[in-house]
Design a protein around this ligand. Structure first.
Ligand code: SF4
Length: 333
């Protein structure tokens, strides 16, 4: 089996009730994913497009007001696919951090602010590793930190005593301590300066190489995807609009939205104003009919506001949801 993680027809919405009025925000809407082992899979898109929600769903962490209306997430464990949504709380606890781990947005939330990092690491290990005393667990922690190029001396610090970049690297160390097969990383470099950003990205690449595992990386920063993702998906208003190898997406972007994302990136020496998508993303509560991008799309034609384009394969490793591409083309004649 090639895929370590699969998602089928995910329909996961926020059900919001204000003053007796129910509103449904379609945060993840008909998403299918097949993510192979041993790669960095990027998920890109503007803020509010559902990337973080999708990551939570892949972690099978669906808490109200979020509700799964349809669809499944499968993990490949010991060569068998297991349905992540049907796992009991105990089964989820057993898989979390050993099979699948999560690096949250903002590293501070990964730590207890009133505990030294040593205590956090040892408490974490004690709750997952049986048959080892604290000395052995400490030596395991020291070894892991050294493997990642971090000094074990940081264990004597409180979280607030570290810089944002160092804290994020320690959060990565914590989430990879038990060598998970899948790491879900939510905007791991947000709010870091470029130097700290580079250190965090390098660490993630080192971890992936060392463990030969899969990192699912969510960030709006296309430059980061260009640097470290092998494949990527472009998300817009809760749907995947394009998916393919990072090289293909950057060299031959097919969806008009992807083209805007790429053309808006700054280029050294090129002072012409960058063009971004006109308008703003649609409401997830009242999304437009047809192609969700049609109100902003300069290439839209009448069918775009009436029917939803499917995500179709245009070559062996490239899919796109646009009536102007692939088999969808037939629909516009
Ligand atoms: Fe634009 Fe139509 Fe393609 Fe949507 S389907 S991206 S509106 S051309």
């Amino acid at each position: 089996m090639n895929e370590v993680l699969k998602a089928e027809n995910l329909q996961v919405f926020y059900v919001l009730e204000t003053l007796g009025e129910k509103r449904i925000a379609k945060a993840v809407h008909g998403v299918n994913l097949q993510i192979p082992g041993n790669e960095v899979y990027g998920i890109a898109g503007e803020s509010g497009c559902g990337k973080t929600t999708l990551l939570k769903v892949l972690f099978a962490n669906i808490e109200p007001p979020l509700r799964a209306f349809e669809g499944r997430v499968y993990y490949c464990v010991n060569d068998k696919y297991i349905d992540a949504f049907s796992l009991s709380a105990r089964e989820k606890r057993e898989l979390r951090w050993t099979y699948i781990s999560y690096i949250p947005q903002g590293s501070m939330s990964a730590f207890n602010p009133v505990k030294k990092l040593k205590v956090t690491f040892l408490d974490f290990l004690e709750s997952h590793v049986r048959g080892k005393d604290r000395e052995e667990l400490l030596s395991l922690t020291n070894h892991h930190l050294k493997t990642l190029g971090l000094s074990p001396r940081i264990l004597d610090a409180y979280p607030h005593q570290l810089s944002g970049g160092m804290r994020q690297r320690v959060a990565i160390a914590l989430s990879t301590l038990l060598k998970p097969r899948i790491i879900l990383a939510d905007e791991p470099t947000t709010a870091l300066d470029v130097v700290a950003q580079r250190a965090v990205l390098q660490l993630m690449q080192d971890v992936q190489k060392e463990l030969q595992n899969t990192i699912v990386l969510v960030t709006h920063d296309m430059g980061i995807h260009a640097n470290i993702a092998t494949r990527m998906a472009i998300m817009y208003a809760g749907k995947i609009m394009e998916e393919g190898s990072t090289e293909d997406i950057f060299n031959h972007p097919l969806h008009p939205y992807t083209q805007y994302l790429i053309h808006s990136l700054p280029k050294i020496g090129d002072k012409t104003p960058r063009e971004s998508a006109p308008g703003s993303p649609p409401s997830l509560v009242e999304p437009p009919p047809g192609c969700l991008f049609h109100p902003r799309c300069p290439q839209a034609f009448p069918l775009c506001s009436q029917e939803v384009p499917e995500l179709v394969r245009v070559n062996i490793d490239h899919k796109v949801a646009c009536f102007l591409r692939g088999n969808n083309r037939a629909s516009c004649s």
